[in-house]
Design a protein around this ligand. Sequence first.
Ligand code: ADP
Ligand code: MG
Length: 253
Amino acid sequence: MTQKPETPLVELRNISIAFGGIKAVDHVTVDLHAGEVVGLLGHNGAGKSTLIKCLSGAYKADSGEVLIDGKKVEINNPRDARALNIETIYQTLALADNLDAASNLFLGREIITAAGFVDDAKMEAETRKIMHRLNPNFKKFNVPVSALSGGQRQSVAIARAVYFNARILIMDEPTAALGPHETQMVAELIEELKKQGLGIFLIEHDIHNVMKLCDRASVMKNGQLVGTVNVNEVTDEDILSMIILGKQPDKAA
Ligand SMILES: Nc1ncnc2c1ncn2[C@@H]1O[C@H](COP(=O)(O)OP(=O)(O)O)[C@@H](O)[C@H]1O
Ligand SMILES: [Mg+2]
């Protein structure tokens, strides 16, 4: 990358979007740097999903700007987002249960041999390569993903995004349905993605996970941004009070 290091990977600038009379997102500005995890926090209905859907292409903001590497971009649909290397890991993972990891990784984007056949061997080899990098303990290459644990499924979905050159990942509560061991696995995965320079917007309710996984946290309430803090400069209580009271603690950045 030739950009200046201080240029954010993503800026959502002054984003507003209303449904009928309801201001779901009201002049919100957040940013995300490469190699960083920014948590998006707030009660149900705060506007987190709506905000992030303006980046994933599911919604179009009424006003405001999206900048990637400091340049204004138009995101009118999920295909535009994907072309900008923005990938979303949905809470209900969009995996085909009856297919194995490799078939899921390449679903809709299969590798084809010169003779025009789907190249299963090549796809499995590529899947093994990327899973080795992201989740070295993963061994279940030849079973349907329905036989995988929640964390393992998560790692297949993330591998798919990374394989197809995601630079910006949107994760909506990736650990919500996972036990402690699996949550730890996803935490390690996120650590690895950061090392590889991805930027991650993470919608997360569990304050413990926020403190552990996020570099910064942007808190929303009633469609507005309460503030953004560096996680290592505040306590859990500071962040909880931002969520509940809608005010920044004194020492917040
Ligand atoms: N498609 C929609 N149509 C109408 N209202 C919506 C729609 N999506 C979200 N909203 C409203 O926008 C507000 C923010 O919702 P949402 O972004 O889902 O919040 P969060 O993700 O923080 O729980 C809520 O009042 C919600 O009811
Ligand atoms: Mg939501």
